[in-house]
Design a binder for this molecule. Structure first.
Ligand code: FAD
Ligand code: MLT
Ligand code: ZN
Length: 484
């Protein structure tokens, strides 16, 4: 992606010089990266769609150091992009021009865990999977799970308000995060890490930072309420013949599996064909191909009880024709394998060269209509073919957290191109807006959607966003050129 036609460098920001680098070295010693090759990973996003040109990455080890860095940058008007695991999918975590990258990866300690309350306090740079493994040892679970768990940070998921695979069960981070520690652009340290579950003393400021995408402060610590880890997990993978049937299965699952239902994901056939090519293996449902697939996870405290419920549910769904075929994982390996056919869609959709991602909420009845509309438009433009490598687009595929009304429309391409982008944008955003949906369900706005906020937010809401940004970051040094 070239930025030149979308945004110009803001000349109010100072260009980095030797004196600045000297200052950063004086507080961080060797915890900085200046070498262009070493910087490449941090300058480029996960999709390899956006690339910035930062000349400097800083890896502070303490909140105090973050405060010193930001105060200096604010005084000198040096622009900064906070970065966690760099797994964000909207071009928000990388610089656009020469912003300094402030990595949280060395602020990465578990601070404390209270096994009575279930409250975990940790640094922002703790990797999500590390936090979850730590909790597993104590019989607890992190109330969020997603495919990037091996790389993304706890602070990063809070900064994006990530949703993930179990939001259906554990709700949004706005519910489970109890407190934060964050550094404001002028160096002020905001701390609500000691908040208890109930605290109605005035404005609940932490919510401003949850989902703020690094625009008003750098999160350095997170306090989060964690539930007890379920003792029994089950996964069923089902083949379904229509989108109407997918919705019906969801309705029935909510009623019949009720308290043990912990994930309800759907995938279309083309997304599964891509995963098949990516994993180079046969689909777990071998009898035939089905237009839609559903992954249901249950988790609870009594395996026999859960097994019985799930088997009865599946038996009834097959008897009444809602489900064509289905399997239930018999052991841990099979359970992981079934999840792989869902969690590998992001990798599989971009293995041919690239992917245009649209992460949207749409009322359930209309949700899959967007994938059909996108494919019709690509076909009308004569630019899509699953097999023909001379066409720029492989296919538009649909999958996602249907239990949350969240569709991921992924347009798998052989290379990124302005021509393809023009066919898709603003068409997708217009389509979503016409159904009163949201153009950003869980990935945020970042750089990708900066010009499209008005499809989901009113002028008044956008003005209030800008007021908040100006209040916390009057010099605009934090994550510039992005959504505000
Ligand atoms: P980064 O990518 O580094 O940063 C993301 C944004 O947050 C940027 O704007 C950055 O400036 C800001 N930021 C990061 N850390 C901080 C901080 N400490 N303080 C202030 N700002 C900060 N998302 C979902 O919601 N659900 C999913 O199911 C899901 N699955 C994914 C699967 C894969 C394979 C991948 C690659 C991504 C997936 N994501 C998903 C995207 C998701 O946004 C990220 O994985 C995660 O939320 C980002 O965490 P990170 O640490 O990598 O943050
Ligand atoms: C997912 O649900 O797999 C993620 O949000 C990632 C993606 O959409 O690529
Ligand atoms: Zn998702």
């Amino acid at each position: 992606e070239t930025y030149a036609d979308k945004v110009q460098r803001d000349e109010r920001f100072k260009a980095l010089d030797a004196e600045d680098i000297q200052y950063f070295k004086s507080i961080l010693n060797d915890s900085i990266i200046e070498n262009e090759d070493d910087l490449l990973f941090y300058n480029e996003d996960w999709m390899r769609k956006y690339r910035g040109q930062s000349k400097l990455l800083l890896k502070p080890k303490t909140t105090e150091q973050v405060s010193q860095i930001l105060k200096y940058c604010n005084d000198k008007k040096l622009a900064v992009v906070p970065q966690g695991g760099n797994t964000g999918l909207v071009g928000g975590s990388i610089p656009v021009f020469d912003e300094i990258i402030l990595s949280l990866s060395s602020i990465n300690k578990i601070r404390s865990f209270d096994s009575v309350s279930g409250i975990l306090k940790c640094d922002a740079g703790v990797i999500l999977e590390t936090a979850d493994q730590y909790l597993a040892d104590q019989g607890y679970i992190f109330p969020l799970d997603l495919g990037a768990k091996g790389s993304c940070h706890v602070g990063g998921v809070v900064a994006t308000n990530a949703g993930g695979l179990r939001l259906l069960r554990y709700g949004s981070l706005h519910g489970s995060v109890l407190g934060l520690e964050a550094v404001l652009p002028d160096g002020t340290i905001y701390n609500s890490m000691d908040s208890l579950r109930k605290d109605n003393t005035g404005y609940d400021l932490k919510h401003l930072f949850i989902g703020s995408e690094g625009s008003i402060g750098v999160i350095t610590g997170v306090s989060i309420l964690c539930p007890a880890r379920p003792q029994a997990f089950n996964v069923a993978f089902l083949g379904v013949s229509s989108y109407e049937a997918v919705q019906q299965v969801f309705n029935d699952a909510r009623k019949e599996l009720s308290e043990i239902l912990s994930a309800f994901e759907f995938m279309d056939l083309n997304s599964q064909r891509l995963v098949g090519q990516y994993l180079k293996s046969d689909h777990p449902i071998e009898s035939a191909e089905y237009p839609f697939y559903v992954l249901i996870e249950t988790s609870g405290s009594n395996k026999d009880h859960d097994d019985e419920k799930l088997e009865t549910f599946l038996g009834t769904a097959m008897e009444n024709g809602l489900v064509e075929d289905g399997i239930i994982a018999q052991d841990e390996t099979q359970l992981k394998n079934l999840w792989n056919w869902r969690e590998n869609i992001p990798e599989a959709s971009q293995m041919n060269g690239g992917v245009y991602k649209y992460d949207v909420s749409i009322p359930l009845k209309d949700l899959y209509g967007l994938v059909e509309a996108a494919n019709e438009r690509l076909e009308a433009a004569g630019i899509v073919d699953f097999e023909d490598a001379s066409k720029p687009v492989v296919k538009a595929v649909g999958y996602g957290h249907i239990g949350d009304g969240n569709l991921h429309l992924n347009v798998a391409v052989r290379q990124y191109s302005k021509a393809v982008e023009k066919v898709l944008e603003p068409f997708v955003y217009e389509w979503v807006s016409s159904k009163k949906g949201s153009i950003s369900a869980e990935h945020g706005l970042g750089f990708q959607k900066k010009n499209y906020i008005s499809y989901s937010k009113s002028d008044i809401e956008i003005k209030l966003f800008k007021d908040i940004k100006k209040h916390y970051d009057p010099n605009g040094i934090l994550n510039p050129y992005k959504y505000i």
